[in-house]
Design a protein around this ligand. Structure first.
Ligand code: ZN
Length: 203
């Protein structure tokens, strides 16, 4: 399986990192080894002094597809979750400054938190989902998928022009504002429509 991530999909987050609003979705991949194993803490890697949390809505692909049209995209997933795109912001800034790929800053072991999956029928429409990240019982990121620049079905259509989507592939749909550093002993809890989908301890 592969993990496909979208960058710069919420205007408020583009502004906080002083990035330009993109013409097309920003797409990057994480390897499958980036998935944080269930029940495991997240270990801050030794190569970074500034690892940030990015809470994101996740979609799991349930059938193979290429060149999917937006109007058919909803047939390609039936489960939604919430995750964290952990980012070594210091390393990413160095790589961005040199025009180099981001993989080391975003694809390291444990950098992809994948929460519990929920059937989409149990939730409001996918473009109207409230979600939040709590750090040590304080809300640090809170948004709604209605605020995405590109909606989930548009993202699936766009991504599938480049990559064949396969069963089990996971899409990270981008983070809203409020990203920030994590420290040892932090506890990160992700909630989608009030349901707790992950609870991660930082080590
Ligand atoms: Zn992200």
């Amino acid at each position: 399986m592969k993990i496909i991530c979208i960058g710069r999909n919420y205007t408020d987050h583009i502004a906080e990192l002083e990035n330009e609003k993109p013409e097309n979705p920003v797409v990057f991949l994480k390897p499958d080894t980036a998935i944080l194993l269930k029940g495991q803490p997240f270990f801050i890697p030794e190569f970074s002094q500034d690892v940030h949390h990015e809470v994101e809505v996740l979609v799991r692909i349930n059938r193979i597809g290429k060149h999917i049209q937006p109007k058919f995209a909803s047939k390609y997933y039936d489960e939604i979750s919430l995750g964290i795109d952990f980012t070594a912001r210091d390393l990413q800034a160095q790589l961005k400054a040199k025009g180099l790929p981001w993989e080391k800053a975003k694809g390291f072991d444990g950098a992809a938190v994948v929460g519990k999956w929920i059937a989409k029928q149990e939730l409001p429409p996918v473009d109207k989902l409230n979600f939040a990240l709590n750090k040590n019982n304080e809300t640090v990121q809170e948004s709604n998928t209605a605020l995405m620049l590109w909606k989930i079905d548009e993202l699936i259509a766009y991504i599938s022009q480049f990559f064949t989507l396969k069963i089990g592939d996971i899409i990270f749909t981008g983070t809203p504002a409020g990203v920030g550093p994590v420290a040892i002993n932090d506890v990160l809890v992700g909630k989608l429509e009030g349901r707790e989908l992950f609870n991660i301890k930082v080590k």
